[in-house]
Design a protein around this ligand. Sequence first.
Ligand code: ZN
Length: 316
Amino acid sequence: MELIDCHAHLTDAAFLPEQAAIIEAARDAGVKKIVCAGYDLSSSQNALELAKNQQGIFSAAGIHPENLADFEDVLENVAKGVEKEQKCEKNAPKFSCGDEIFDEDFCQNARNALEKDFCKIEKIAGEAKVVAIGEIGLDYHFLEFLDKKKVEKIGEKMTENEKENIKNLQKWAFLAQIELANKLHKPIVVHSRDAMGDTLQILKNHPLPKNSLLHCYSGSLESAKELMTMGFSFSFGGVVTFKNAKTVQEVVKNLPIERILLETDCPYMSPEPFRGQRNEPKNVVYVADQIARLKGLPIEDVCRITTQNAEKLFGI
Ligand SMILES: [Zn+2]
């Protein structure tokens, strides 16, 4: 059986210095291709380097919504009472922000810095082994995390205005990277967590690459159907093996197998029976096994079809 892990983070520190052994173990387990996803500038660069040096490894380049700025650093400095060291540049593009911690200057500076990063991402993504722009998207769950951090640091919750600022920054960065994908004619790999409404809104209202991927899909069947009409496929990882993941399992049952890809999102999201441990690409077979069970198909068929789906989507 041959499989493809279409979303892994092989350059993560959790894998060093065993990276080569982990790739070898994946090959032994029948994982013939792996797409190593970027989540910021350096991981995108590292993923490309790895892909260049290894047969069967491909990469995606992009900036994840959690990594658009050093949000924790901002909170840290606020807690310490450090003055903002930098005023935003003149002539910078207008950005609607409030006058809070994540204020106009912060968002503007973040946006200016990101524009420079996107130029570098564009350069990386122009390389043949980079097969997609990703992972990019919206993550509103992250706002809850920041909210807790802010309470921890300064004993105050985030204001609605601050939340709105960060959402706006995420939307802007998502769109900028979609545009980049269109320019380079490469698919996008979308991350969407607790933000399906806004994700759909953006995807519906902008030109998109022809075929793209919603990774670690956790939305409803209804949203999935809408996304399918826009040319999206869906990748599933360890979550689908969890006992309490009834919604995801229902979605898998009802989606055509031709739109399903397999992923690990390693080192995160280990499937059962390894839940909670460090994940790696060889475990993608447990995802295949569960999808076969949910769809009442032989595992051989699931491996063959999902492999074809990944090869077609990424052109690999
Ligand atoms: Zn990921």
